[in-house]
Design a protein around this ligand. Structure first.
Ligand code: GLC
Length: 644
């Protein structure tokens, strides 16, 4: 029987999912008896829920049948090495929750030119203790309309100047042999205007127009605009774009060249799931679901975080567990905490394996600007109270801006009102108030709400750029202390720390984007500069800025790998320090206890703590210490360790 005629048979038998295991044919022949058993077991455990959820959304048995058929095909095609990895990860589902994971996000071209270049630089990443690499968007895109690669032209082709799918698959193989994981973006919400579907839609082909949201008049878009906020109010205002070729408006929540996909159409859903599985089968370990809250649209709502989004993510999780259970889903949910946590799903019906700890990240920078840890302590208490199954990705900076999504109700109690406080934060990081040494730029300033977000590298925001420019050694020492202290504090949080490429050597802002017309109006490129290998070499020279930061971070990540208390599964809590400038975090697991104490002020402060349970080891100096009333220099930190 050929694959084609087999599919026809499959459609008819798919009413009864159990029967899907009974067919014979090309794919069947490729599975060993053991694989067949594994697939059957995984499918049997999940098919009732999978079918239920699919039918709830689409009520379409033949499309469901096709989906199940293709799931099997992707399982068949999955290479043996990956299947082996899946099986071992299935047996140890907490494999990514130890303290040994350290991530790095990097743009392939900025970092090493192309995929082969990245392969050549794996030793450097290993030297930095990195074992999880997030390759920023590398799929085919058109340079003039790429949104940093988040406008995908072809989900199955690597951008030619970066390499090929074969290079990718070789890179993932090599990474696995070094125990490194590889993450890629899966831009689910939209395709580029250059994607085959959009090109066909522009010819007026109804089949393809139905994969997007097209309207022949502006009245419905107008109604959407009344309830849907804008993502890029100044660089890409509005949520619709007029397409003259077909005389219609199309929904574009992001840029005008990023067309929102219509997940009400099961063809869109199925095809995007096949794209997800295709990427998983290239050997990716972590799939970052880009802009996931936006994927379902309903008139009269904000078109964010709708219940159907959760159904889709849950289906994706189930599909992953059947075909590639070693692959993790990382949700990009840049929302307030009450909207973020539901993307973990429940312990019984999980959705994403990991989520970005976005509120903690923004609150960290607020703490730097105010030298007041109260809100940060409260935020950490909220995160620490969540089930340990929920794994956060902790970060200081990423490729995007910092949005000031803070808990303003609490800040109001401290006398900080939302609008003036945001203005203060932006001015602080511009370097113009609050004795700030920061350098950075505003992002998407909205003249109506006076709202703006912020851009800049960790080093520039910490004062390294200014101190370097002014050749001020004392200011440089202070800035380096702040930079390393921030990393130390990040490493004390529960979850997986992820460094933004360049931060490990204190790389500063890159203003050259202003000369590139495709980038000039997007200040996020300020912190997306080329990686300076000539500076990275200086990490080997004692006393350089690069060496002080690189070695500082490396020492911390080395400790994380060794000490059980850094596992995501450890107990974590904050301590009262009696000083609003000083944050203290405790962690405990398997008899190992760590107390981290962090001074967010440039002046000397004391943590008025009293952990009188014996003598600790000062992990940074190797000396013995008491965790009682600990004095810290400006931007200083301590990490105390004790084994019980
Ligand atoms: C995500 C990306 C961001 C991009 C947007 C649209 O938020 O992080 O860089 O602009 O999605 O795809």
């Amino acid at each position: 029987m050929t694959v084609k005629s087999m599919s026809a048979v499959m459609f008819s038998i798919m009413e009864n999912v159990a029967a899907a295991f009974d067919f014979e044919g090309v794919y069947m022949a490729k599975l060993t008896a053991k694989e067949e058993k594994i697939f059957k077991e995984r499918m049997e455990q999940r098919d009732a829920e999978l079918r239920w959820l699919y039918m709830e959304l689409y009520n379409n048995s033949s499309m469901y049948g096709e989906l199940v058929q293709r799931i099997r095909e992707f399982y068949v095609d999955r290479r043996k090495g990956l299947k082996k990895l899946d099986e071992s990860r299935e047996k140890t589902p907490d494999w990514y929750k130890g303290g040994d994971q350290l991530g790095m996000m990097l743009y392939i071209d900025n970092f090493a030119g192309n995929l082969r270049g990245v392969m050549d630089k794996l030793d450097y990443l290993e030297d930095a203790n990195v074992n999880y690499i997030h390759l920023m968007p590398f799929l085919d895109t058109v340079k003039e309309r790429s949104d940093g690669g988040y406008a995908v032209k072809d989900f199955r082709k690597v951008r030619p100047d970066l390499g090929t799918m074969k290079d990718l698959s070789e890179l993932t193989k090599e990474c696995h042999s070094r125990n490194m994981n590889v993450c890629c973006d899966f831009v689910m919400n939209h395709t580029s205007v250059d994607h085959e579907w959009a090109v066909k839609a522009k010819t007026g082909d109804g089949e393809y127009m139905s994969r997007y949201f097209f309207f022949d008049r502006y009245d419905i878009p107008q109604q959407f605009e009344e309830t849907v906020p804008e993502v890029f109010p100044s660089t890409a205002p509005g949520n619709f774009t007029f397409v003259p070729e077909v005389n219609h408006y199309v929904m574009t929540s992001f840029h005008s060249y990023q067309w929102d996909l219509n997940y009400r159409n099961p063809r869109v859903f199925n095809e995007m799931m096949y794209n997800f599985l295709f990427l998983a089968n290239e050997g990716l370990d972590i799939i970052r679901i880009d802009a996931v809250p936006y994927i379902w649209k309903t008139l009269g709502t904000s078109c964010r975080n709708l219940p159907e989004v959760h159904t889709i993510v849950r289906i994706m999780r189930i599909i992953g567990e059947i075909v590639c259970p070693g692959v993790l889903l990382l949700g990009e949910v840049v929302m307030e905490p009450s909207k973020v946590v539901p993307y973990f799903g429940t312990v019984a019906k999980p959705e994403c394996h990991m989520l970005y700890n976005v509120t903690t990240m923004a609150t960290t920078w607020h703490t730097v600007a105010t030298r007041d840890v109260r809100l940060l302590k409260k935020q950490l208490d909220i995160v620490n109270a969540l089930p340990k199954e929920y794994t956060f990705l902790n970060y200081l900076r990423c490729h995007d801006d910092i949005g000031w999504g803070l808990d303003y109700d609490t800040l109001r109690q401290y006398g900080m009102e939302e609008v003036p406080h945001k203005t203060y934060l932006n001015k602080f990081f511009l370097g113009s108030t609050g004795m700030s040494c920061s350098r950075g730029e505003l992002y998407n300033y909205d003249p109506v709400t006076k709202d703006a977000r912020f851009c800049g590298t960790t080093a520039s925001l910490s004062g390294i750029e200014k101190a370097g420019y002014e050749k001020d050694d004392e200011a440089m020492a202070r800035a380096i202390r702040l930079d390393v202290m921030l990393h130390a504090y990040m490493f004390m949080q529960s979850g997986i720390p992820i460094i933004y490429s360049g931060d490990e050597i204190g790389q500063v802002n890159d203003y050259s984007y202003k000369d590139d017309p495709d980038k000039a109006d997007d200040s996020r490129y300020l912190h997306r500069g080329r990686f300076h290998w000539e500076n990275a070499e200086k990490r080997k020279v004692e006393g350089t800025v690069e060496e002080r930061i690189f070695d500082g971070i490396k020492k911390l990540s080395g400790l994380r790998k060794k000490i059980a208390a850094f596992s995501s599964l450890a107990d974590a809590w904050t301590l009262d320090t009696g000083d609003d400038a000083v944050l203290a975090i405790g962690r405990y697991m398997d008899g190992e206890k760590v107390i981290g104490i962090f001074n967010f002020s440039e002046a000397e402060h004391t943590a008025w703590i009293n952990e009188d349970d014996g003598i600790y080891d000062d992990l940074m100096t190797g000396e013995k210490a008491e965790a009682v009333n600990v004095k810290l220099e400006g931007y200083g930190f301590k990490m105390f360790y004790k084994f019980f």
